[in-house]
Design a binder for this molecule. Sequence first.
Ligand SMILES: NC(=O)c1ccc[n+]([C@@H]2O[C@H](COP(=O)([O-])OP(=O)(O)OC[C@H]3O[C@@H](n4cnc5c(N)ncnc54)[C@H](O)[C@@H]3O)[C@@H](O)[C@H]2O)c1
Length: 248
Amino acid sequence: MTDNSRTAIVTGGAKGIGAAIVRRLSRYGAAVAIVDLDETAAGELAAELPDAFAVAADVGDHAGLTQAFSQACDRLGGLDVLVNNAGWDHVQPFADTSPDLWDKLLHINLKGVFNATHLAIPRLVARGGGRIVNVASDAGRVGSSGEAVYAACKGGTIAFTKSIARETARHGITVNCVCPGPTDTPLLEEIKRDERARATMDAIVRATPNRRLAQPEEVAEAVAFFAAAPAHVTGQVLSVSGGLTMAG
Ligand SMILES: NC(=O)c1ccc[n+]([C@@H]2O[C@H](COP(=O)([O-])OP(=O)(O)OC[C@H]3O[C@@H](n4cnc5c(N)ncnc54)[C@H](O)[C@@H]3O)[C@@H](O)[C@H]2O)c1
């Protein structure tokens, strides 16, 4: 890490890709606040690491997240890096879904990103700059059957990344986005309990030039790159999907 990536908040950092990001940032010397709904898993991960701690919060709840950020930033002594990683998905054809499901997907995957970014910006400005890294999805770049609203949230996260990158560049803040393809995590295991979703995922893997899932550590490596990248690297979208999606 660099001098300006010493303290970090990772949302959804207790498991899967988020846990790999927490480990990766911690290994390179950052103090990390793991902000997650699952306080137990976050606490267990923090206990393994030299300078990490857990803060329980739902990213979609602005009031709760405001408290969590105050607690985290007091303990960190300031904020250099925000990783918006928390996410959730449920695979189902759009015609069969309900407005309640849309609300839940929007709450976590899009409003959660707005909330955390809104809380981070003034703290990063106070530090004289910083890094925001959003974890979206290739579903947000190319669409995905059975994930229409999730994909809309992730496409929204990509557009939000670019807009906030424009707004905050003058403060020395960069905002970039990592788009994983199917990745070997608890979320994917849950999705694959559904037979049709499992068939879709298997078809995606067959269509992937690397012919395998991503490992969480591979996604974490891309996040760590943006967390320490030069100030001129901003508003960018990087897929980690074995060649499934290639930028033009
Ligand atoms: N696994 C994949 O195939 C895949 C593919 C593309 C994108 N992604 C994205 O990567 C990110 C991480 O996914 P993952 O596969 O590691 O998921 P995961 O389910 O394995 O882990 C997600 C973590 O986020 C936490 N979380 C969920 N909702 C939360 C909320 N409202 N507030 C705070 N924490 C919350 C969970 O407790 C968990 O610790 C997500 O944004 C997901 O959309 C995953």
